[in-house]
Design a binder for this molecule. Structure first.
Ligand code: ARG
Length: 643
């Protein structure tokens, strides 16, 4: 990485004697901070406003035409002066600077344009030297920013969390993509991140599954394709269970009639009881009871299903560049922690018993939270109960500073109830650190062979589609080295980019044709942009030293300056993304960047240029490739070198 001394010497080279620095700025990690501190110093010298206020008032611009930074003068909170008059006055008095032009007045705002020659000298080496770390800021996650020895803050990101033997639906897909991104984001911000998958792996349905496996299961299939096979088994056994229920309901009806007619029913009842006992439901209930009671044989079968499923999940997640630190799940929550929670709820008078069941009435605290069940009549715990136990256990184990649940907005109520109950239990130490990151629905997600079932099926379908699109261009297709693998990577990018393009809360339509297109702001287009810049920079193979020795004053074209100014924004985009926690913040920037990039190729020819100019342009383009790659990897994409 670039050191503060190296920065100081670059600044001296352009005529700035000292690195401008203010509290909470990181000039060595973010060149924009150099400018913010510098402008603050100059403004403070001509008006009577606290430096911290000036610094905080400075804002990003939305387009380069509006400048690199802007300052809405009312934000200086100076009483008794008209903001437009003050803006004019500040612009007139603004001292000569080697880094920024005299500000222009736009209404009540000041627009600052950075002088492009020094900016280029700052930005290009900054990006090249920081490489894969460029843009990220590991100070944000420090417990104490002034003392790194105090360590990093601890974060748990819980995401994906599918249910074993059930379909991996759109909610899980989005959770996987968004959660993977958030984990990367916080890691880039210096937090100590634990990635956790909270599997749906407990409940009577796993008794059903075991009974089903006895009837329909195949060892070989289980080992070959655990997730698919268990699902198949589950579908078959559930169908039988449904049929049985119909028969039983009919029998029950019959008995009821006999009872009403006051006819003796002993025999009939015995017949019904026998039917119930033989039925899948009862067998499953018994099986699950054995699991709950710790019967090692029953647990062994279930554990095998779980372990094999996890092996398979791991492969699939790896395709999305995701690995977990912990596969937890509903089954892993200890009875002791749920009992403890129940005790507290009772002692504090938060819960009450109603016809044998335990309930918590949250509506008196907040109407929409309603009433919730925490224990059924028969003593079994619920989804919510397990989450309460899980949260306390995780806190014991990790002492997290923050925990994020990445779950669809269909579960807004569930998580709001969870956090409220923790709070009422007096565990604000936990509830205040928890956050639900929610997202909208995916509409119309189905595979070509029917409804989407598993992540693998979705990825295979999109890969196939991508392959088809690639074949559409026969000449290009012939040049691709490993079309299958490329189609696969592009397909994954297509799905991910489509998912991350809008704000998380928005629903979107799963549109295979649109997401797989090379036109428009799509995953394949972003990959294409990366492959293209890679191929251009490949034609000028220069070492880092050579690139760093380039004479950057040769870069004068407006296109080159647009690119430099855009690259300079990247660390600030990262800062903003930490605030918004929205992948679209990164994506919007990357698309803007690649549009600037692609329109610059025409002008910034590398091959055929004179040696020094070639070096300078290559340095800029290598820097652009670095920023693009860093952004893509932050999102969880694998930038391709060729396609
Ligand atoms: N397995 C759950 C489902 O598919 C999602 C789990 C979300 N996380 C949690 N801690 N409740 O609906």
């Amino acid at each position: 990485a670039q050191s503060i001394d190296e920065l100081a010497s670059i600044l001296q080279g352009v005529g700035v004697s000292e690195v401008p620095k203010m509290p909470n700025t990181y000039p060595e990690l973010n060149p924009f901070d150099v400018y913010r501190a510098h402008i603050t110093e100059l403004l403070a010298s001509i008006c009577d406003v606290e430096k911290s206020i000036i610094l905080a008032a400075m804002q990003w611009t939305t387009t380069l035409e509006k400048g690199d930074l802007q300052l809405p003068v009312p934000a200086l909170r100076k009483k008794g002066v008209k903001p437009d008059a003050l803006a004019k006055e500040l612009a007139e008095k603004f001292p000569e600077s080697v880094l920024v032009e005299r500000p222009t007045v736009v209404g009540v705002s000041l627009a600052f344009f950075f002088k492009t020659s020094p900016l280029t000298k700052l930005i290009v080496p900054f990006v090249l030297k920081n490489g894969a770390k460029c843009g990220f800021n590991p100070n944000f996650g420090l417990r104490d920013p002034t003392d790194p020895s105090k360590g990093k803050k601890k974060m748990i990101v819980e995401f994906s969390s599918p249910n074993i033997a059930k379909p991996f639906h759109a909610g899980h897909l989005r959770s996987t993509i968004i959660g993977g991104f958030l984990a990367n984001l916080y890691e880039g911000a210096g937090w100590d991140v634990t990635r956790m998958n909270y599997l749906g792996d407990w409940g009577k349905q796993y008794g059903v599954l075991a009974v089903g496996f006895d009837k329909f299961g195949s060892e070989a299939e289980l080992v070959k394709n655990p997730i698919g096979h268990l699902y198949e088994v589950y579908v078959k056994i559930s169908a039988i269970s449904r049929e049985e229920k119909e028969v039983m309901d009919a029998k029950e009806e019959e008995i009821k009639k006999l009872q009403e007619a006051k006819e003796p029913t002993g025999e009939k009842e015995a017949e019904l009881q026998a039917l119930i006992d033989k039925g899948v439901d009862e067998q499953a209930r018994k099986y699950f009871k054995r699991m709950v009671d710790g019967d090692s044989e029953a647990l062994g079968v279930w554990k095998r299903f779980r372990d094999l499923s996890i092996v398979k999940y791991k492969d699939t997640y790896a395709r999305l560049n995701i690995r977990y630190d912990e596969y937890s799940g509903e089954s892993q929550v200890q009875d002791a922690s749920m009992d403890e929670a129940a005790k507290i709820l009772e002692e504090k008078g938060i819960s009450h018993v109603d016809r044998g069941a335990v309930l918590v009435d949250l509506s008196k605290h907040q109407k929409k939270l309603g009433k919730c069940l925490v224990k059924k009549k028969d003593g079994t715990s619920l989804y919510l109960t397990r989450d309460i136990g899980a949260a306390t256990e995780r806190f014991e184990k990790y002492h997290f500073d923050k925990m994020i649940y990445v779950v669809a907005n269909q579960q807004d109520l569930h998580l709001a109830q969870l956090f409220k109950i923790m709070e009422l239990m007096g565990r604000t130490d936990i509830s205040s650190r928890c956050e639900h990151i929610n997202f909208g629905m995916v509409l119309g997600m189905s595979t070509r062979k029917g409804t989407a079932r598993f992540l693998d099926d979705i990825l295979r379908d999109v890969g196939d589609k991508m392959h088809e699109v690639m074949r559409g261009n026969a000449d290009k297709y012939a040049e691709v080295e490993d079309p299958h693998k490329t189609a696969d990577t592009l397909g994954i990018s297509a799905v991910m980019v489509q998912d991350m393009k809008g704000k998380r809360v928005n629903n979107y339509e799963f549109n295979m044709d649109r997401m797989c297109s090379f036109e428009g702001d799509t995953g394949p287009y972003l990959q294409y942009a990366h492959a293209r810049i890679t191929s251009i920079t490949r034609k000028a193979p220069l070492s880092l030293e050579e690139l760093l020795s380039a004479d950057l004053s040769l870069l004068t074209e407006p296109k080159a300056m647009d690119l430099v100014r855009t690259l300079a924004c990247w660390p600030d985009v990262f800062v903003n993304t930490v605030k918004t926690q929205e992948p679209t913040t990164v994506l919007t920037y990357l698309f803007k960047m690649v549009h600037t990039l692609s329109s610059s190729y025409e002008v910034l020819k590398v091959v055929g240029s004179e040696e020094e100019l070639k070096k300078a342009r290559a340095a800029l383009l290598v820097a652009a490739k670095q920023v693009l790659g860093n952004g893509m990897r932050l999102l969880g994409l694998s930038p391709v070198e060729r396609m």
